[in-house]
Design a protein. Sequence first.
Length: 486
Amino acid sequence: MKHYDQSRMPLFEALKEYHSREVIPFDVPGHKHGMGLPELADYVGKKVLEIDVNAMECLDNICNPIGVIKEAEKLAARAYGASDAFFLVNGTTSGVQAMIMAACRPGDKIILPRNAHKSTITGLILSGAIPIYIQPEINEDLGIAMGVSVDAVRKAIEVHPDARAVFLIHPTYYGAVSDLASIIEIAHRNNMAVLVDEAHGAHFPFHPRLPAGAMELGADACAVSTHKTGGSLTQSSLLLLGGSRIDARTMKTTLNLTQTTSASYLLMASLDIARKQLATRGEAMLGNILSIVRWAREEINRVEGLYAFGRELVGSPGVFGFDETKLGINVRKLGLSGYEAEKILRDRFNIQVELADVYNILAIVAIGDTETSIRALVNAVKDMAVYHRNGEVREITRGMLANPDVIVSPRDAYYSSKKSVRLEDAVGSVSGESVMAYPPGIPVVTPGEMITTEIVEYVKLLKAEKCLLQGPQDPYVDNILVLGHE
């Protein structure tokens, strides 16, 4: 059936047809097919700017798609096993916010893991929902949070049967997958919608040796960072719906509250192309990547002082499944922090990993990688290990702080009067802002939570490790906003 022919790219095809007409533009953008920005056009190529165009009848409109954007979204929904799909041009952040806003009214409770991305907190502020945090399982050896247990979700539902939704991460940044199917079944039995941050799982539905995608497992909505592991351009993502708990018309209205009316056709076309590629060639491409990354793990695990963790974690607390394309490497036994290892790889070997934490570095292996690029990473990590093999083993901190007490809702805290105090003097105060290491963007403290001594000491540790901190008005985090008057 032509309508669902995954080899089609209706939006990209329409964009190419428009370009071929050599239209004389008297609309925005003002660079007019690159003529007004020659320095950029010379560097990236004129054609890139020639298809950076405005919404018009033949190219449809993201705010109310009825033409080629709608066709492209239907193909994306079909590819992911969803009932509806929406193109996003403000990343998965906008999808997470929209899911929470569509599912929760002000004052509604939402159950979510503490290691949720910062976009979840902004979703709480925008919606007025009240967070009910559950603690993810912690791997103390690796010093990182894994998935959440079924029992933790079940107990939270029992204590808060009036919660409107359950929010989950699938997978975590490091590749851990919770028992999503069981959690969905429990939540639905209690009439709660299940919202999934699938930022790092855009590739899941396209290879049988990867974990199942959230739509296949029965989630009501999920936000997918196609740009992270699916091949589209940075900032382009998908929002997917399944079932009837969240109405597609309501979701479109919610998205239109915050999404731009000037969506980039470069971003949207990349979604159309990436979907086609995943649907028609994804299994072969991902099969090759899985073979390469398995070889890389074996090579790294032969090196003294290094541990590239993977599927052997399945069955441990919080790990029902594992995404092997997330190449996490524990460097603690080299006497290095992950932050130091990241800097060594970047400065000495010209290799940039996705993120670092106290004990680990994480390399994202995706469809654009090759045997050559992976071999360069493996060789660099080996050389680094030889040079630092005699370092003192790091014993710094546990991987996750205890859940702080939520004193007021994130929304109320955001709109409350605040004052700036020195970080060391903030213990016992209610935070007026978030503090997080980015990436991965998991808050140490969020608006409305009690600041503890443990939180202050952990922030000081992150500062000492020269971690990139985000959230506070003070870029150096010497001071923090707390509720109260100056």
